[in-house]
Design a protein around this ligand. Sequence first.
Ligand SMILES: NC(=O)c1ccc[n+]([C@@H]2O[C@H](COP(=O)([O-])OP(=O)(O)OC[C@H]3O[C@@H](n4cnc5c(N)ncnc54)[C@H](OP(=O)(O)O)[C@@H]3O)[C@@H](O)[C@H]2O)c1
Length: 240
Amino acid sequence: MYRPYIICHMVTSVDGKVTGDFLSRPESAKACEIYYKKYRENKYNGFICGRVTMEGSFTGGWYPDLSKYEPIRPDPVRMDMLLDEEYMTGFYAVAFDTHGKLGWKSNRIIDPDGDPAYDGAQIIEVLSEQVDERYLGYLEAMEIPYIFAGENEIDVEFALFKLRELIGAEVLYLQGGSIINGAFQRADAIDELSLVVAPTVADKDDKPLFWNGTLSQYELTETETQDGVVLLSYERKREE
Ligand SMILES: NC(=O)c1ccc[n+]([C@@H]2O[C@H](COP(=O)([O-])OP(=O)(O)OC[C@H]3O[C@@H](n4cnc5c(N)ncnc54)[C@H](OP(=O)(O)O)[C@@H]3O)[C@@H](O)[C@H]2O)c1
């Protein structure tokens, strides 16, 4: 299991959902505050998010005009693009972006609130081979490192192996949303769960902690309550 240790850190509703309007309800504000504070206290090598979450939190759906960029052709296979070690910061925002749909205006996260837990994190794009070759040209022009981890879909295990091997990430937070969490859970790549439970029930259409999750066992390691919010920590219990 040569890969970063993964902590899935999420705000959930009391009925185990992680997306939707319940997150912006005043009753959930304390839970969100505790969630960010907890991550800020020890952010390790940074965080991973799915394409939709990155778009909602950071890029706002902006996309570059790809006609301005030179295609990077496979030679003979897709090649990862990393920067020299001295330009790698050790604090990363890892985007699982299967088709290269994210438009970044900088190679660092610019957090709207300047939150030190996110602001300045070096962006790494994890891609499948379905990506437009001009998107690679754009990433190179922006000096955004990218790695390939699958032909049609991102193979979570392979991506994590590369993140450990190529950028030396030892501990990363997985911060949603539901779809990417589910892909990690199915790959048995979540070592720890850190849940901040808001005292709110979500809507029927909101998505669960793990989209299409599978049966697996976790051991409760810590419980805490703070201002009506429950914090739960679990560790993955694996067969010896
Ligand atoms: N409660 C919390 O703490 C919390 C934290 C973060 C986010 N959120 C919420 O989560 C919501 C977004 O969650 P979401 O579930 O819709 O999307 P998501 O998990 O953020 O992103 C899913 C996307 O990731 C890409 N992806 C890359 N590799 C993948 C793989 N191996 N398997 C599956 N998908 C992969 C796909 O992009 P393509 O579609 O481009 O192929 C997929 O559609 C937001 O509304 C946000 O508010 C909540």
